[in-house]
Ligand binder design. Sequence first.
Ligand code: GDP
Length: 348
Amino acid sequence: MTLKKNSGSKTISNTKEKRKTSPSTNELIQGILSGDAASLAKAITLVESTRKENLQTANTIIEKCLSSKNESIRIGITGVPGVGKSTFIEALGKLLTSLNKKVAVLAIDPTSTETKGSILGDKTRMPELVKDSNAFVRPSPSGTSLGGVTRKTREAIILCEAAGYDVILIETVGVGQSESLVHSMVDFFLLLKLPGAGDELQGIKRGIIEMADAIVINKADGDNQKAARIAKIDFNQALHLYPPKADGWVPKVLLCSALQNEGVNAIWNLIEDHNLQSRQTGSFIARRKQQNKYWLLQTVEDRLKRDFYENPTIKAELEKMMVSVMDNQISPFAAAESLLARYKKKSN
Ligand code: GDP
């Protein structure tokens, strides 16, 4: 008797569990819109999925979650491994949740697309924030291309905003194109640097200084304080070498100790100033519009490329053409023309 009862209740709880793990598309959408973090996490998993059968569901969810309210602030945070990104995000995130804001942390890890390991994205990197019910921390999606990974992150931003997150922090490391990709999806771009960076100024990737809305010298504590002040002067001078930003914003250099939670408030105040100013001048909306256009074109490009290279006929033909091109039997241009003509014929 007891056994029967037990197995009965097990079945019920199994069914419940099953329902829990596979909610309908509508349930997911409703869950996200009501701010349910579990629904949000599941929807992001769907968006990240590379399985064709999930694409339609993912697109439906995104369509329903799109909003033109533009109320959130999207902040990109970059810096070399060890500069203190996770410590800083934890400190900033805690400050924001203490101000009653909901914070989502997303990551783009360019290293995970090449090696299977990853520098970013490990949840344990922000132990406090992970426990905070007003914070949502999501590791970097994995993918075969950086373009694919960043597209997924961009879609995750839309879902987080629909779930009511006010501030979206997007973290990346300074490898390859990842910084400019993050820059093209945020309202404010923050570059974290180490004290003593003066010597390093020569070697810094040029475009990065131009992209930054603020440069933060982290670890400005203990013995580092003097070096940090010198770095601040150096970076300020470096910033003056660049033409003013189109939106009129003058990038700032700030000192911070994420570990001791010093300077984090001032950084948030600066971000809020930028937010206020850019909303007043209209550059906030203009920037987001441009970004939407960019991502439309980027997505088309990604899809076309994938479609082309994954086409079995093209794959086989490309192999042969590569050999012919290397042996100088056909020019690279003629080979490309021939492949594209073949592809066009296939897709018509
Ligand atoms: P990430 O790789 O950029 O995410 O860097 P982490 O946040 O993991 O920090 C790397 C190391 O630097 C850790 O040992 C941190 O404790 C330390 N760290 C981070 N911020 C500071 C800071 O403001 N001051 C000092 N002294 N150490 C820090």
